[in-house]
Write a protein that binds this ligand. Structure first.
Ligand SMILES: [Zn+2]
Length: 239
C-alpha cells in the first residue's frame, strides 16, 4: 500500500519533472530509484501476534450475557415467561419477563414484570443507585420486597388493583454492598450517611418511574420504595 503511494507520488514527480528542466529530471530519477528499492521493515514494527489471554473470557462472558438478556438490553438479565394470567380480570402481565439482575446488580429474588418496568429499573440502577453507592459499595444486590402480585393497593380490601398486579411495579427494601453491608430503607432513612444516599436514590427513581413512594409518603412505605411505571398526565408522582 505505502509502496504504491510512494510510487504514484514518485511518478507524478517524474511527470512534472519531465516537463521541467534537466536538473529536475535527474532528481526525479533519484526519487524513482529510491522508491523501487525493496523496503525492509524492522522487526519491532511488525504487529506482535500473540494470543490475547484477556479477550477470550470477555468475549465468552459477553456472549453468555447476551444469551441471558431480555427486553433487548444486555444489562437486563432474566428470562421471558410469556403471558401471566390471573382469575382476577384486572391482573396479569402480557409478555412478562422474570428478572434476575439489572446492570450487573443482582435482585434478591427473580422478579416478574413488564419490559417497560425492567427498562426503568435498569435506568435507575445505572444512573442513580450504582453511582450513589460507588464509594460505599459497590452495590451488588437490590433487596426485592415485592414484584408481581395480584393484589389491591396496600393490600386493602375494596381498593383498586395495585400496579403490582399488572407487572408494572417493584418494591425495594434495601441495598446490599460488596462487603455484605445492607442499607435498608427502614433504618437508613433515619440517619446519615445512609439517609442522604437513600434520598438521592429515591429522588433518582422519579423520572424513570412514574410513581415513586417512600417513607415520606405514608405508613405503608416506611420500609421500602414502591416504584411503578404508571404515568400521569401531570408528570411523575413522587412522595
Ligand atoms: Zn409496591
Amino acid at each position: 500500500m505505502w509502496l504504491r503511494v510512494v510510487l504514484i507520488a514518485a511518478f507524478s514527480v517524474l511527470a512534472t519533472a519531465a516537463a521541467a528542466e534537466k536538473t529536475n529530471l535527474l532528481y526525479a530519477q533519484q526519487v524513482t530509484a529510491a522508491a523501487a528499492r525493496p523496503i525492509t521493515i524492522p522487526d519491532k514494527l511488525w504487529p506482535q501476534i500473540e494470543p490475547d489471554t484477556r479477550a477470550e473470557p470477555i468475549l465468552f462472558k459477553k456472549r453468555k450475557l447476551r444469551k441471558g438478556s431480555v427486553c433487548g438490553d444486555i444489562n437486563i438479565q432474566g428470562k421471558p415467561v410469556g403471558n401471566v394470567s390471573s382469575k382476577v380480570k384486572a391482573c396479569g402481565v402480557k409478555d412478562a419477563v422474570e428478572i434476575t439482575s439489572i446492570a450487573g446488580v443482582a435482585l434478591s429474588r427473580p422478579s416478574v414484570m413488564e419490559c417497560g418496568t425492567a427498562i426503568a429499573l435498569n435506568e435507575w440502577v445505572e444512573e442513580t443507585v450504582k453511582p450513589t453507592f460507588k464509594r460505599r459499595g459497590p452495590v451488588v444486590e437490590l433487596q426485592v420486597a415485592a414484584h408481581y402480585a395480584c393484589r389491591t393497593r396496600n393490600n386493602r380490601k375494596g381498593a383498586r388493583i395495585s400496579e403490582h398486579g399488572k407487572g408494572r411495579a417493584i418494591d425495594i427494601s434495601g441495598f446490599k454492598m460488596a462487603d455484605g453491608e445492607v442499607v435498608t430503607v427502614l433504618k437508613g432513612w433515619r440517619k446519615n450517611p445512609s439517609q442522604s444516599q437513600l434520598i438521592k436514590i429515591w429522588r433518582g427513581a422519579c423520572g424513570p418511574f412514574g410513581t415513586v413512594l417512600g417513607p415520606n409518603s405514608d405508613r405503608f412505605h416506611r420500609d421500602h420504595f414502591h416504584l411503578d411505571t404508571a404515568r400521569y398526565r401531570r408528570g411523575p408522582y413522587c412522595r
